[in-house]
Design a protein around this ligand. Structure first.
Ligand SMILES: C[S@@+](CC[C@H](N)C(=O)[O-])C[C@H]1O[C@@H](n2cnc3c(N)ncnc32)[C@H](O)[C@@H]1O
Ligand code: SF4
Length: 355
């Protein structure tokens, strides 16, 4: 049964230099895109009562509250449904946040990235640090209690002290949730072709992460990058449950089939009901995904559950990799989890679980 839906809003006023997410600055296409999105949702959504709805981007906050109402009206949800919107601090005001609250949106994820105004300029963000403080205060005053701040560490010119100061400022804002992402420079971003000189290296990124674990120790560290009040939408994903993905470049997992949509905006607008790719997962692929996603959770993998679900003996099947990296795992009664050293090299370790 599908209980979650992700909806991609692929528009941004300008492109940040580090970003390779699928988004367009052609805001004139917004109406055509919304029509296509509605067509896709009407075609594939089977009317299940949803526990979570997530508007991600791009910059969902380029839409107005009427646009969100049109989309939300397509779904079966109630007051208990967690409805998240990603917002950019440069285009918010109190009335807008009140409008979002009044139509049922109850979780806000604010893209802060850093409080350092020089770095914000260097990475092509449209806002300054004051606008992040304003964004939090508009959200609070509009009645949102579930607020998250996104940060990137390993940014050009960033120091450990600078990152530490970012986190302390975040704590002082009393937001219940913080996400931390190590900077990745991927094809499609400006920085991929124009790599900045002053980039912290991998070791320094690791030191920044360790510093964050110390500074955020009062927060519930529930997933590698996430701290605080658990996002039900994201935990559903890491629990390897089904979810819809609607919109340009969106991915979904329904009836055992992983699917993804086109990344070409014109194509999507013309053919919103055509999945770009669909793949029915084999039992082995399901197991590997369960392991991959499960080890992202700090609690780790419930061995009894995985053994039952896949009819395996997890410790026996993966004895080789578990013993090779034994110093990187922690085992409690029912769970296997990566420890802090394991998290730092999780990509290497997890790749060894693949057949
Ligand atoms: C999908 S983006 C959209 C959020 C929103 N558009 C914004 O920029 O504020 C969600 C988050 O991913 C993170 N992110 C984006 N590109 C990244 C990159 N290249 N490396 C690390 N984190 C990145 C940022 O923290 C961003 O807030
Ligand atoms: S980081 Fe956010 S605002 Fe910047 S280009 Fe990417 S999606 Fe758009």
């Amino acid at each position: 049964m599908v209980k979650s839906a992700y909806i991609h809003i692929p528009f941004c006023k300008s492109k940040c230099k580090y970003c390779s997410f699928i988004s367009s600055v052609l805001l004139d296409l917004k109406e055509a895109y919304l029509s296509a999105l509605i067509e896709e949702i009407n075609c594939f959504y089977k009317g299940e009562k949803l526990d979570t709805i997530y508007f991600g981007g791009g910059t969902p906050s380029v839409l107005n509250s009427e646009d969100f109402s049109r989309l939300l009206n397509l779904f079966n949800y109630d007051n208990e449904t967690e409805i998240t919107i990603e917002v950019n601090p440069d285009n918010l005001n109190l009335d807008y946040m009140k409008d979002l609250k009044s139509i049922g949106i109850n979780r806000v994820s604010i893209g802060c990235q850093t409080f350092d105004d020089n770095i914000l300029k260097l990475i092509g963000r449209r806002h300054n640090s004051k606008q992040v403080y304003d964004a939090v205060s508009f959200s609070n005053n509009a009645g949102f209690t579930n607020i998250s701040l996104d940060f990137i560490y390993g940014l050009p010119s960033q120091t450990i002290e600078g990152f530490e100061s970012d986190l302390k400022k975040a704590i002082s804002l009393k937001v219940p949730h913080i996400s931390l992402y190590g900077l990745k420079i991927e094809p499609g971003s400006y920085f991929y072709l124009n790599t900045p000189k002053s980039l912290p290296d991998e070791d320094m990124q690791a030191d920044m992460y360790l510093k964050a674990l110390d500074i955020l120790k009062e927060f519930n560290h529930y997933e590698i990058s996430n701290f605080g009040l658990v996002s039900r939408h994201n935990i559903n994903y890491w629990n390897n449950n089904h979810y819809y993905g609607f919109g340009l470049s969106a991915h979904g997992y329904v009836d055992g089939i992983r699917y993804s949509n086109s990344v070409d905006l014109d194509f999507y607008i013309k053919y919103p009901k055509r999945h770009y790719c669909e793949h029915l997962l084999s039992m082995q692929e399901k197991l590997e995904e369960e392991i991959f996603l499960g080890f992202r959770k700090i609690k780790g993998i419930n061995i009894q559950n995985i053994n039952k679900r896949f009819n395996i003996d997890f410790e026996q099947k993966y004895e080789k990799v578990l013993s090779k990296y034994k110093d990187y795992f922690e085992k409690s009664q029912n769970y296997y989890a990566l420890n802090t050293s394991g998290i730092l090299v999780s990509n290497v370790i997890l790749s060894e679980f693949l057949e």
